[in-house]
Write a protein that binds this ligand. Structure first.
Ligand code: IPM
Ligand code: MN
Length: 359
């Protein structure tokens, strides 16, 4: 029987609560489909930082390398200055493990409300492949004369041919594997950021022509992309984009698929250790109330299993989530709806785990 080593990283706020439910469902799938999960928990996050001053030591990164995947709850603490944990934990892990893809499915499930009038599950089903290792996120730049009227600051949008190529290749393969519209849309800003997106555009067409003639190539500026995502989301199959643009458009993506309570993502190194997470953050005001929606984390678990090769189990989790969402047990995705509807974080996890076990 296959055993997978999974590093659990509950993190801050409601992270531990949603991860508990995600793990419950993943374990139900493991039992059902005949594999096992061997977990080790890491307690890095805001609380530990406030207690000990330690953020994420290099030794933890070395430890992570021994796992098949990392399953993250959430990072972000109200008493820690913004930037410290984001950079010190999330970005450090992404960079140190070279998780150069940030994969974010945008899929509207039946039973979930979208704020877009007249759009349903048949219109909203695409994937954003966000580059995850370059761009302004490299931190190159600096400032001088800080705090004076003559202050100068820069933060450089850096791209390398190799970094662009490996991201494009993943995105083309993703479009091929989905086997839907077989269309890859490059989202950029070729009309202004001519150097960076000139590189992206050339690499995109060269690779497409040579290696992926079966995939249709499309292009949209990032500003127009936000417009089409709302007006005509059905136009998209796979979107490939730069790190910062991807960060921005995937929050919009999360909203059109029903909100942060449902959106999951993966930080992927196709040949290394990848990390899966609900993208909504730690929602500290709901900590310990058992009202936060665990679905996003459950979907992150689905992505994790799919990534490690347990595709049947992953599909069973998705099907269980769909059954739950369509059922009258689904009282809504927000903490308020979950509370007012008499449901809870643990209840939702139990229902979905049972659905997986009985699938
Ligand atoms: C995300 C987050 C992170 C990002 C932050 C917290 C560093 O917004 O995962 O989208 O900008 O990538
Ligand atoms: Mn973001």
């Amino acid at each position: 029987m296959a055993t997978y080593k999974i590093a659990l990283f509950p993190g801050d706020g409601t992270g531990p609560e949603v991860l508990r439910e995600g793990l419950k469902v993943v374990k139900a799938a493991a039992d059902k489909f005949g594999f096992s999960i061997d977990t080790t928990e890491f307690d890095f996050g805001g609380d530990r930082y406030l207690r000990t001053g330690e953020i994420l030591p290099d030794s933890a990164i070395e430890e992570f390398k021994k796992f098949d995947a990392i399953y993250l709850g959430a990072i972000g603490h109200p008493d820690v200055k913004p930037g410290i944990l984001e950079k010190g934990i999330l970005l450090k892990t992404r960079f140190a493990l070279d998780q150069y893809i940030n994969l974010r499915p945008v899929k509207l499930y039946p039973g979930v409300e979208t704020p877009i009038k007249d759009k349903g599950p048949e219109h909203i089903d695409f994937v954003v492949v966000r580059e995850n290792s370059e761009d302004v996120y490299t931190g190159l730049g600096g400032n001088m004369r800080e705090g004076t009227p003559h202050e100068v600051a820069s933060q450089l949008m850096i791209y390398t041919r190799n970094g662009v190529d490996r991201c494009l290749r993943y995105a083309f393969e993703c479009a091929r594997k989905r086997n839907k519209a077989k269309t890859l849309t490059l989202c950029g800003k070729t009309n202004v950021l001519t150097y960076v997106f000139g590189l992206w555009e050339r690499a995109f067409h060269e690779m497409g022509e040579k290696e992926f003639p079966d995939i249709k190539r499309d292009y949209a500026h990032v500003d127009a992309t936000t417009m089409w995502m709302v007006k005509n989301p059905e136009w998209f199959d796979v979107i490939v984009t730069a790190n910062l643009f991807g960060d921005i458009i995937t929050d919009l993506g999360a909203m059109i698929q029903g909100g942060m309570g449902i959106a999951a993502g993966g930080n992927i190194n196709p040949k290394g250790v990848s990390m899966f997470e609900p993208i909504g953050g730690s929602a500290p005001k709901y900590t310990g109330l058992n009202v936060i929606n665990p679905l996003a984390c459950i979907f992150a678990g689905q992505m994790l299993l799919d990534h490690i090769g347990e595709t049947t189990a992953a599909l069973a989790i998705e099907d269980a989530c769909v059954s739950y969402l369509k059922s009258d047990k689904n009282v809504g995705l927000s903490a308020k709806e979950i509370k007012d509807g008499g449901s809870s974080t643990t209840k939702i996890g139990d229902i979905i785990a049972d659905l997986v076990s009985n699938s």
